[in-house]
Write a protein that binds this ligand. Structure first.
Ligand code: FAD
Length: 387
């Protein structure tokens, strides 16, 4: 039995993709091996140097338009990076948040001059990107956010607080959601680009101590009369922030699903190998019928999840991925991830509980996938709207 052997569909295969994939593998082998992963987890972040090396390798700019220094490729290349990161247990390097989630806010909604000012250094790995929506009192219900941005001459004065912000510790450019009209609900939300080394009144909180994904830096941010140039209002018109978030969310949900899928495949591969080599009762763990049944269930969920993921990816490339289908992808793949990783850990027995075994790290890391980027319950709500 192969752990996982779903062939790639034609649209996901080309000589260019294969070469890109080889390059990503080389980068991860050299910069994200077990020692680097351990170091990231211990210190709570990935060093700037690793980001720069990713920039040099061309990984950070693959899908950014050539006019802004990127390679102008499409989402398939992002998917390949996430798949390979998952397979090599290197998902704590928050490449996708930087490149696939935040950079598109810039090139879709900033002016060409701003993109030329901001994107090349992000592609080079010199500027680390973050997006700050969540607040202590507003996560799933973003309309409840309390951060405000008040126009004052040619500046906005921003006051408020954000929490759980990935890359919050190391970032130097943040897309911040704030209310420009506190009485207008979703239409009162705007997005601002904050260059952290150019503003007063910006403070980072401590690195948050998490259950898993310890190598991803996650921090609180505080804005106290923080002044940003009015030109940094994304799109140039107040009240467009919620629409922009909604436009980008289908892809962001697919991004989370691709990462979850990479982890599923890695878990299955490691577990099948373990089961076939772990000796017991005169044979191997794999010889037990329960093991075969469990692995069969896991492989089935993995195969269904990936087939649907390919379907959604093809739809995204064609500009046809709607919000509810993207929500189904995030819901299904991250729930499959939880099931598979838990069953796989069980098959490792006590070794599965030891953090020196990747399956234990996966178990911890997987838990956040059903919460961030919209909790599973919020996905169900969005799917139900299409019924
Ligand atoms: C590791 C990590 C990284 C993150 N990175 C970022 C980031 O970079 N930027 C950012 O802005 N945010 C980030 N977040 C925040 C994340 O997006 C929020 O945690 C998430 O949206 C849930 O919001 P909340 O934590 O406020 O929980 P709540 O909104 O309080 O929800 C709690 C629970 O209530 C339930 N629930 C919520 N809504 C409904 C509903 N309508 N119906 C039924 N049940 C419901 C769900 O079970 C949910 O899990 C991150 C979070 C984590 C854990």
């Amino acid at each position: 039995m192969a752990a996982f052997d779903l062939p790639r569909p034609q649209f996901m295969y080309s000589e260019d993709i294969r070469m890109f994939e080889d390059m990503v593998d080389r980068f991860l082998d050299e910069n994200a091996d077990a020692a680097a992963q351990r170091r990231w987890r211990n210190q709570g972040y990935v060093e700037q140097e690793t980001w720069r090396k990713a920039g040099e390798a061309g990984i950070l700019g693959a899908t950014i338009p050539e006019s802004y220094g990127g390679s102008g490729l499409d989402f398939r290349y992002d998917a390949i990076v996430m798949e390979r990161q998952g397979r090599k247990n290197a998902l704590n390097f928050a490449y996708s948040l930087h490149t696939t989630v935040v950079a598109p806010y810039l090139y879709h909604y900033a002016t060409p001059e701003q993109c030329r000012a901001w994107l090349p250094s992000a592609i080079a790995g010199d500027t680390l990107l973050a997006v700050a929506m969540t607040e202590p009192g507003a996560g799933s219900d973003l309309q409840g956010m309390r951060t405000t941005a008040v126009r004052n001459g040619d500046e906005y004065v921003i006051n408020g607080q954000k929490t759980f912000i990935s890359n919050g510790h190391g970032c130097s450019l943040i897309v911040v959601a704030a209310k420009t009209d506190v009485n207008a609900g979703a239409k009162g939300i705007s997005l601002f680009v904050v260059e952290t080394d150019k503003v007063q009144g910006f403070e980072r909180g401590r690195l948050l101590d998490k259950l898993g994904q310890e190598g991803r830096d996650t921090a609180e941010l505080f804005f106290n009369d923080m002044r940003v140039p009015a030109a940094n209002l994304l799109g140039g018109v107040e009240g467009q922030g919620f629409r922009m978030l909604m436009e980008q969310l289908p892809k962001e949900r697919l991004v989370i699903a691709w990462q979850a899928m990479g982890m599923i495949e890695s878990a299955l591969e490691a577990t099948v190998e373990h089961c076939k080599t772990r000796k017991m009762f005169g044979g191997t763990l794999f010889d037990q019928q329960n093991t075969k049944f469990k692995l069969a269930e896991c492989k089935t969920r993995a195969t269904v999840a990936k087939t649907f993921l390919y379907h959604c990816t093809e739809a995204l490339l064609a500009g046809k991925l709607d919000a509810s289908t993207a929500s189904m992808a995030k819901l299904f793949v991250t729930e499959a991830q939880a099931f598979v990783v838990d069953e796989c850990l069980q098959l490792f027995g006590g070794y599965g509980y030891m953090t020196e075994y990747p399956i234990a790290e996966m178990y911890k890391d997987a838990r956040a996938f059903r919460i961030y980027g919209g909790a599973s319950e919020v996905m169900k709500l969005l799917i139900a709207r299409s019924i």
